[in-house]
Design a protein around this ligand. Structure first.
Ligand code: ASP
Ligand code: MG
Length: 405
């Protein structure tokens, strides 16, 4: 029998009205004769009683001293409550259902509390329940170590639970239900005519997710890509199929070639600082010192450019002062520019196509936007701009590549 995985996020489970839609999607999958695994997030967002941030707020009130192991235990509860609540609703419809924690569902992780990595998925218990005709509800965002300790997979980790389980079960599809109608060509709050995409490749959506598009957790996409399990990002509140994420063969393969596009979408994020560290004559170990020091202090670096005259890179604004102090401590004279934004032009079809960068430069120059730095891979071109130029850069690029069509 075909197996389908459905994942519902916090907003899809927070109100009785939303949960009605969830039930409809569960019934629809069952009417198509699918065995069904439902992965849930905690209900609602901060402020709502059982949301992850609300649970964390509980201990923050009393001066948070909770060790990482116990914090994970606390956070796991949000998904348990959500799963039990949904189980009750499904049973009330006369559909047999069972709840499994992440560990019971077979998700084994390492012991990096708060950001655990999945080591393996052994879905034996899931399969037993599916064979009994039950809907298996799995608490997302969590696993268990080999020593039976509870762990969480990092914020937003329920998406990863869903794709990992989907991969292990060789599911026909993993549906990620959220509050938007799929993956859009750009953030609709900025670009009015942003359009939902029908199909994207794993690499494209991974780049979008890493570069600021918030529809799906990037790690979830990486896990799906490794298992080659198709993912759909779709809305809980509609019957539309949303965006299908698969490998490029089914996207760009000979007969299946649906779209001949060079650029798929524009992503963006702000609040980053560009740091330049000039090298003095003969200062050959500068690069090594700079990046070793950043690593030792767990400062994540991005947009890295190394050349004989020095290094340029970006960090998040909130760690910039610390990074600059460290550099000064090493005897360097860094300069910095805070409040910058990274604007990314993403497209699996841009590789080897002449003129993409020319078009980007033209679009930005026409708007008097200065490119402070750029970098590229075979699916993305990144531009660093002043924060105040971010919105107009995203709009100009969206228009220039005619992504509204
Ligand atoms: N409830 C968890 C969080 O808020 C996991 C998730 O929603 O995916 O991060
Ligand atoms: Mg989420």
């Amino acid at each position: 029998m075909r197996i389908r995985v459905q994942k519902f996020g916090g907003t899809s489970l927070s109100t009785p009205e939303a949960r009605k839609h969830v039930l409809e999607h569960i019934q629809a999958a069952r009417s198509e004769d699918c065995q069904l695994v439902v992965v849930v997030s905690a209900m609602g967002r901060q402020g709502e009683p059982y949301a992850t941030d609300t649970l964390l707020g509980l201990i923050r009130q009393n001066g948070d001293q909770l060790p990482a192991r116990e914090r994970d235990l606390l956070m796991c509860c949000g998904e348990w409550i959500s799963a039990a609540n949904l189980c009750n609703l499904i049973q009330a419809e006369g559909i047999p259902a069972v709840v499994l924690t992440g560990g019971q569902a077979g998700i084994e992780t390492n012991d990096a509390y708060g950001n655990a990595q999945i080591v393996s998925v052994q879905p034996k218990r899931i399969l037993e329940h599916l064979d009994r005709g039950e809907v298996v509800i799995v608490a997302g965002f969590q696993g268990q170590t080999a020593d039976h300790e509870f762990t969480t997979l990092g914020r937003g980790g329920s998406d990863t639970s869903a794709t990992a389980i989907g991969g292990a079960l060789k599911a026909e599809v993993v549906d990620i239900f959220t509050d938007v109608n799929g993956i859009l060509t750009a953030d609709p709050r900025i670009v009015e005519d942003a359009r939902p995409l029908t199909r994207v490749s794993y690499a494209e959506i991974c780049n979008m997710a890493h570069n600021g598009a918030k529809v799906i957790h990037p790690r979830a996409v990486e896990v799906a890509m490794q298992a080659n399990v198709p993912v759909r990002v779709r809305s809980t509140f509609s019957k539309e199929e949303g965006t299908l994420v698969t490998n490029p063969d089914s996207l760009y393969g000979a007969e299946k070639r649906v779209e001949d596009r060079h650029v798929t979408g524009i992503a963006h994020f702000g609040n980053i600082t560009q740091i330049q560290v000039p090298a003095a004559e003969g200062q050959y170990d500068l690069q090594l010192q700079v990046f070793k020091t950043m690593a030792q202090h767990s400062i994540s670096v991005d947009f890295i450019n190394v050349n004989p005259s020095g290094v340029v890179y970006t960090v998040f604004d909130h760690v910039a002062e610390k990074a600059l102090d460290l550099l000064r401590g090493l005897g360097y004279k860094p300069t910095s520019l805070s409040g910058c934004a990274k604007v990314s032009v993403i497209g699996g079809g841009m590789n080897g196509v002449p003129g993409v960068m020319a078009k980007i430069v033209e679009a930005l120059t026409e708007e008097n936007i200065r490119i402070l730095q750029s970098a590229d891979s075979n699916t993305t071109i990144w531009c660093l701009v002043h924060g105040e130029d971010m919105v107009s850069a995203v709009r100009a690029l969206h228009k220039s590549f005619q992504l509204h069509k």
